[in-house]
Design a protein around this ligand. Structure first.
Ligand code: ADP
Ligand code: MG
Length: 256
């Protein structure tokens, strides 16, 4: 690794994550409220893990934060400013999201997958975009795989491409929705380590996960949701070692 000077970017860059705050967020599909009055604060550069049973509203919460689904009431504050007042396209540049099923473009190489949004959305030249995309791929350990298409990559490598693509937009917050749930067991750890590294480098992270070991070790805050509500929130020790509600006790007895 070369020593960074003042004129070249350091190999490992520090992120400047923004604060994220949910205020009485309520979300519905049709007439049914599936998220009720959820309030949550994620301090800049910290990692919050959301745990809870299937159907408890975890994905819906993430979709409200970047407005893939519009909240019914309440507010989302990004760096103190209402995200509901920001144009959805702008918001999605500021908030990166990584899904369970990668959602890569199958006919494009890893490099193109990372670079595409940079020239189509961010308006960079193709050369600039490719250059930045190459750096991002190297950062997630995929420099050698830049010219492979998704089908020629493992699930873990595909998810790294998806993470590199989100990071290339220089987001202030990263959302992860069960990012490792579709991976073969032996590939999970590498992706979790990559995610933990982003948190350590100052990214603000909101992570929906079934990986209780990751939540315990990496999270600054853990939030337990059930039936569209936040039931408990606190440090990993609070939730895992001293669960107060019967619902969390039952959930932990099922997953641990
Ligand atoms: P989780 O991610 O915790 O499994 P979801 O946020 O996906 O939970 O779902 C919360 C609730 O909303 C569930 O009852 C689910 O069936 C319902 N739901 C999710 N997506 C839709 C949708 N597109 N239309 C109607 N109901 C939905
Ligand atoms: Mg979900």
């Amino acid at each position: 690794m070369s020593v960074a000077s003042n004129t070249t970017a350091p190999d490992i860059e520090t992120f400047h994550g923004s604060s994220l705050e949910l205020k009485n967020l309520t979300m519905a599909y049709g007439d049914i409220d599936v998220l009720r009055n959820v309030s949550l604060t994620v301090a800049p550069g910290t990692t919050t893990c959301i745990i809870g049973p299937s159907g408890s509203g975890k994905s819906t919460l993430l979709r409200g934060v970047n407005r893939l689904h519009e909240p019914k009431s309440g507010d989302v504050l990004l760096a103190g400013e209402s995200a509901l007042q920001v144009k959805p396209d702008t918001l999605r540049r500021r908030i990166g999201m990584v899904f369970q099923h990668f959602n890569l473009f199958p006919d494009h190489t890893a490099l193109e997958n990372v670079a595409l949004a940079l020239w189509s959305v961010k308006g960079m030249s193709k050369a600039q975009a490719m250059e930045r995309a190459r750096r991002r791929l190297a950062e997630v350990g995929l420099a050698e795989r830049a010219d492979h298409r998704p089908r020629d990559l493992s699930g873990g490598q595909q998810q790294r491409v998806a993470i590199a693509r989100a990071l290339a937009m220089e987001p202030e917050v990263m959302l992860f929705d069960e990012a490792t749930s579709a991976l073969d067991p032996e590939l999970v750890k590498g992706v979790l380590n990559l995610m933990a590294g982003l948190g350590k480098r100052g990214m603000t992270m909101l992570v929906v996960t079934h990986e209780m070991g990751f939540a315990r070790k990496v999270a600054d805050q853990v939030v337990f949701m059930d039936e569209g509500e936040v039931v408990e929130a606190g440090t990993p020790a609070d939730l895992f070692d001293n669960p107060r509600s019967e619902r969390l006790q039952r959930f932990l007895s099922e997953v641990l």
